[in-house]
Design a protein around this ligand. Structure first.
Ligand SMILES: Nc1ncnc2c1ncn2[C@@H]1O[C@H](COP(=O)(O)OP(=O)(O)OP(=O)(O)O)[C@@H](O)[C@H]1O
Length: 458
């Protein structure tokens, strides 16, 4: 077996020693010394010349596999010999030595050497960086989720016609929550009984963005950067936010607070920053945060450090929007519990709309809208239904109408041939609506706990 090695060998005056790289000359291995001309014997000394081609090394196994940088100095300060030694078992096969002027060792590095060194360092750095990144990616439990989000985001960006906008990895994961305007069919027409709020929203939020030229000269008349919709559940807050985005032509980022809670330290802050940078890149845009109280509730000492930092960062990024007068990004929050919101957040949401339980007239309007395209008997008195649905939210009214319509289908299925034409389903009558109202009242009074009491727990 041939053993190839490059060795450091140097002589101090008349004695020649060999050493492994990184070892002091006098700490070399004995075997190495024997093999590598590291003796004061005249025979060996003679061999350390460029002319020597053969050398007996009985102990070569000790250096097997060792590669050592080689410098050989015959007489201190005079000439330096460097060479590559090739060993076969037991003997030195070839020894090529060439003379290097001593200056070459002490002179500063040349331009090409520096470039070469930098090149090697760059390659080494890049390889290290990508290896570490690959390892971190491999052990990241949310990686699959991130890849999915990225694909979804790319698809949505194409759908909303956003091109040539470069997004970071974090912005991509937020972009997955963009709402495709094509799938957003909500308009003002789909909201009943909230005309006053809609008019106010149009004037305070949409107008300053749509007719910017009217407001350009004034800092006072800028669109609000924060809008809060508050009121009981199911009364149309989300509906209003979506319709605002649709009617104003804003891009709509439906931000789920859970998106910002990442296991990895520091990731949440990067994601929070990405929400704002993405919204700015896509402006005019609305960042909609449903149940904003769950995310930006009053800060307390029991808050996790990462959560507290993320909240603080969210607020400071929000302030950034406030100071940029050309920025067309609005944060719209919806909550059922405004009292739980952090006061610093409330201050940033000066434009507030209270969307309360619908009044009698509002309920009538909502019922009319919900049943607009359904088959309803002409004798149905919606005012009567509105009276009987005191305390119902818009969502309850919708559910009631759905139940009434289902009663018609059920009747049809039980009393008729299923293969018959769907046109035979009878229209909704007053009685259906009354039954549905009763059912809804029952489930409302029972409450959630009662409703789930009898469900098995597993
Ligand atoms: N004013 C309304 N006009 C028409 N439909 C309404 C109205 N209010 C509520 N609805 C119906 O109720 C559903 C739920 O409304 P929405 O999601 O906007 O309520 P929300 O106030 O955001 O509720 P939550 O606080 O639980 O999120 C809507 O999809 C819609 O069908």
């Amino acid at each position: 077996m041939a053993v190839t090695g490059v060795f450091n060998v140097f002589s101090v005056r008349e004695s020649i020693v060999a050493f492994c790289a990184g070892r002091a000359p006098n700490h070399h291995r004995p075997g190495f010394q024997n093999a590598l001309l590291c003796s004061d014997e005249p025979r060996v000394k003679r061999q350390v010349t460029p002319q020597v081609t053969k050398c007996d090394i009985s102990n070569s196994r000790q250096v097997s596999g060792l590669t050592v940088a080689a410098v050989m100095e015959r007489k201190a300060g005079e000439t330096i010999l460097s060479g590559r030694l090739h060993f076969k078992k037991g003997e030195c096969e070839r020894m090529v030595l060439k003379e290097i002027p001593a200056d070459n060792i002490t002179r500063p590095l040349g331009r090409n050497e520096v470039i070469g060194l930098l090149f090697r360092l760059t390659i080494f750095g890049a390889v290290t960086y990508f290896t570490i990144k690959w390892m971190v990616d491999a052990i990241d439990p949310t990686r699959k989720q991130k890849v999915e989000a990225q694909k979804q985001a790319e698809k949505l960006m194409r759908q909303i016609g956003v091109q040539n906008v470069k997004l970071s990895e974090y912005e991509m994961s937020i972009a997955a929550h963009l709402v495709d305007p094509l799938t957003m069919h909500i308009s003002w027409r789909d909201i009943a009984g909230l005309d006053e709020i809609i008019t106010e929203l149009k004037d305070t939020v949409i107008l300053p963005v749509q007719k910017r030229y009217l407001f350009e000269g004034s800092r006072l008349l800028q669109p609000p950067k924060g809008v809060l919709l508050y009121g009981p559940p199911g009364c149309g807050k989300t509906l209003i936010a979506k319709a605002t985005a649709k009617e104003a032509g804003f891009r709509f980022i439906n931000l789920q607070p859970s998106t910002l809670t990442d296991k990895w330290y520091g990731e949440s802050q990067k994601l929070a920053a990405a929400v704002f940078s993405l919204a700015i890149k896509l402006q005019p845009s609305i960042i909609f945060i449903d149940e904003i109280d769950s995310f930006l509730r009053s800060r307390s000492s029991s808050d996790h450090e990462a959560t507290a930092m993320m909240k603080a960062q969210f607020m400071s990024l929000w302030d950034g929007l406030e100071t940029d007068f050309n920025c067309q990004v609005i944060i719209m929050g919806a909550t059922n519990r405004p009292q739980d919101l952090d006061s610093a957040i409330l201050r940033r949401m000066p434009t507030r709309f209270h969307i309360n339980q619908p009044s009698l007239k509002q309920r009538r309007d909502i019922l009319k809208l919900i049943l607009e395209n359904e088959k309803v008997e002409s004798a149905v008195d919606l005012s009567e239904v509105a009276k009987d649905t005191e305390g119902f939210s818009g969502s309850d009214l919708k559910e009631t109408c759905r139940d009434a319509a289902l009663l018609c289908v059920r009747d049809f299925v039980h009393n008729n041939d299923e293969s018959a034409d769907g046109d035979c389903i009878r229209p909704i009558c007053q009685d259906d609506l009354q039954k549905a109202i009763l059912k809804m009242k029952k489930s409302r009074s029972a409450g959630m706990h009662e409703a789930f009491k009898h469900l098995p727990l597993d």
